[in-house]
Design a protein around this ligand. Structure first.
Ligand code: FEO
Ligand code: CA
Ligand code: CA
Ligand code: CA
Length: 657
């Protein structure tokens, strides 16, 4: 039987997605020096030693008792597992807020999965919701009860969206029988949405026909700003100016700025391109490094700009962090090139002690890098509009993790070090357009798929989420990526000196190596207070509540991989409970959990349930006609619908308190 692979799995497993070809430090000779005795004793070895003398049941019971006392998370853990629906801790409600196809624009038609058109989809909530950013409504009586929700709409699952498609080999486009009509629906289902939301009588609702309602898709006009704006490598036949892009694609995670804008990050943009670059083209090494063309979608068959034979520069207009004013539905989104181009996961930021804004981001690929951007200007807190363009000017750098527990931020600045014309970098535009190639040259540390990178606003520590990397060989392990065949990922904690996020050097240590701690060979390092429900694999998106507690969402768990679906876990970072993880919410079969986002009062936790019902491995085909779940509607002939969920405590109160 032919392997049935989903789009997400295809990205993960494909060899041709822009592999890092350099030999930057994976330093095979510094094995695990940084892990330290305490870490090892508390981790797999500790659990294995205990398990030898204590029954598993007693171990789990002891774990529960400890976990209650040692962590700041107050809730009864749910059971890890896999079924057709979602589960939340007892005493909480998890209510569907908005689903794929629900109205976003005033007057949008009702959803009918058998009568989709691009015109209807453009007015409705798109597919595969990901990042969520909450913006309190200015002047609201209660800012935690009324606001805007900005939502990324990352990608599409044709097999679940459209009836009757025939899948073909994953090495080509996934579906051979896509039509222009279907591709145009897909393009309308990508991008993002802004919805107005309000909590009344305890329950959240989308405000119907709101003047703020907005859909952004793969055709929305955008402005390109910063050092690459107007550069020849961004010019196309449709846009000789190199400053006017159409649309954003594969927007994964993001960030919310203190001046009230939404940062939304283009991730796996390579998959939308088809064709073959002419031999000897100047973009050859650049496109190869990013895996362009990825041939995951059929868009290039119907739209020349997604065919690199015809428009070799169009891929350079994607892979950016986009800034959007959610309060002005007519504002033009801006692709901020100063951050550089990559498969960005998120763009979480923090105001530094000196007032500059610092944004962290991962480039989600096996063996790719962790980045930081520091604005030159200070944030003007009194006048939000004064910060409108400060993200166009600053210093980009990339992380090198050293075995002595330091991490160096290596500047990616034209003219510094190897970033000169002789090496193909004639200006900062070249540096940001081919950021991966620039980072290769300066010797950054190749990481195990860097996803969210986010600063804890209470402790100032920065967390780097590495999702997994089954391609890492034993001779490629290094201090910061200590496991070969790293199937379950890990979380690194970085400490800026004196809370200075702009410093040239931080310190780092391992918070947790993920996976099942009861399997010694996995090498997981959760605290021994973590129960059998509490551990997880494949961390991805994170959030902090206002107490500074860390919440981790996962992407990639399944029955066959970990015996559980993806979900949300609270992971203690402080005190004696450090490294203890507790299971709060889980998604239906096939889904991943994205976008955890708290209201300022911590009483609501919004989450995005992405790709429910997506088939996960050979023999688990899931289609429009026969999906593995019809969550959340459970109606015959209605396919599963990616949805945003609002979690609140029954009777009120802060989450997990
Ligand atoms: Fe869209 Fe890196 O996950
Ligand atoms: Ca993600
Ligand atoms: Ca995703
Ligand atoms: Ca992911």
């Amino acid at each position: 039987m032919r392997d049935i692979l989903t789009r997400a799995r295809a990205y993960e497993q494909s060899e041709n997605v822009g592999r890092n070809p350099t030999d930057n430090p994976t330093i095979g000779d510094v094995i695990a020096e940084r892990l330290g005795r305490r870490d090892i004793l508390k981790g797999a070895l500790g659990v294995a030693a205990m398990a030898a003398t204590v029954s598993p049941l007693a171990l789990a019971a002891a774990g529960r008792a400890h976990a209650q006392s040692a962590t700041r998370y107050r809730f009864d853990e749910i059971e890890a597992g896999v079924d057709k629906t979602h589960h939340v801790a007892a005493g909480y409600d998890a209510d569907i807020l908005i689903r794929w196809g629900d109205p976003v624009l005033a007057g949008a038609p009702a959803f009918d999965p058998r009568k989709q058109t691009a015109a209807t989809q453009r007015q409705q909530f798109g597919y595969n919701c990901d990042f969520l950013g909450y913006f309190p409504m200015p002047g609201a009586a209660n800012p935690s009860h009324h606001g805007l929700l900005a939502v990324n709409l990352e990608y599409t699952n044709e097999e679940l969206m459209f009836p009757g498609l025939k899948r073909q080999d994953v090495k080509g486009v996934l579906f051979a029988d896509m039509t222009k009509e279907l591709v145009d629906i897909e393009m309308a289902a990508h991008g993002g949405a802004v919805i107005e939301v309000r909590r009344e009588n305890g329950k959240w609702q989308v405000v119907a026909n709101s003047k703020y309602g907005r859909r952004i898709d793969a055709t929305t006009p955008m402005e390109i700003t910063g050092p690459a704006a107007g550069h020849a490598r961004l010019q196309t036949s449709a846009d000789p100016s190199g400053r006017r892009a159409l649309g954003m694609i594969n927007n994964c995670a993001g960030g919310v700025t203190p001046w009230g804008t939404w940062l939304t990050c283009e991730e796996n943009f390579h998959g939308y391109f088809n064709g073959k670059l002419p031999d000897g083209h100047r973009e050859a090494s650049n496109h190869k490094r990013y895996g362009v063309p990825g041939n995951s979608y059929a868009w290039g068959t119907f739209h020349d700009r997604f065919n690199v034979t015809k428009e070799p520069n169009e891929p350079n207009r994607f892979g950016w962090i986009v800034e959007i004013d959610p309060f002005d539905p007519n504002s033009v989104p801006k692709k901020r090139t100063a951050f550089g181009r990559g498969k960005h996961e998120g763009a979480a930021g923090i105001i530094n002690s000196d007032g500059r804004y610092v944004v962290y981001s991962g480039d989600d690929q096996r063996f790719d890098y962790v980045y930081r951007f520091v604005t030159n200007a200070r944030v003007d807190r009194a006048n939000p509009k004064a910060n409108r363009d400060i993200l166009d000017d600053g210093v980009l750098s990339v992380a090198r993790y050293n075995v002595d527990g330091t991490v160096d931020w290596l500047p990616l600045v034209h003219g510094q070090g190897p970033l000169t014309a002789a090496n193909g970098f004639a200006s900062q535009a070249d540096v940001v357009i081919a950021r991966r190639l620039a980072a290769d040259l300066v010797g950054a540390t190749k990481m195990d798929r860097p996803e969210d990178v986010e600063a804890n606003p209470v402790t100032q520590k920065v967390y780097v989420i590495l999702t997994n990397n089954s391609n890492r060989k034993p001779d490629q392990v290094d201090a910061a990526n200590p496991r070969a065949d790293n199937r379950f990922g890990h979380i690194i904690e970085m400490a800026p000196p004196g809370g200075d996020h702009a410093a040239a050097q931080f310190r780092w240590e391992m918070l947790v190596r993920c996976g099942d701690p009861s399997v010694a060979g996995v090498g997981a390092s959760f605290s021994t207070d973590t129960t059998r429900n509490g551990w997880f694999g494949m961390p991805d998106n994170i959030a902090f509540d206002s107490q500074g507690r860390l919440w981790v969402a996962t992407d990639g768990n399944s029955k066959s991989r970990t015996g559980r679906t993806d979900g949300l876990w609270g992971v203690e970072t402080e005190g004696p409970g450090r490294g203890t993880s507790r299971h709060f919410f889980r998604v239906p079969v096939g889904a991943e959990l994205c976008g955890p986002c708290f209201t300022p009062d911590d009483e609501t936790l919004f989450v995005a349930v992405q790709h429910p019902g997506e088939g996960v491995s050979a023999g688990e085909a899931s289609t429009f006609e026969e999906p593995v779940t019809r969550w959340p509607d459970f109606k015959p002939d209605t396919p599963p619908r990616p949805s945003v969920v609002a979690i609140t405590k029954r009777g009120g109160g802060k989450i997990a308190s």
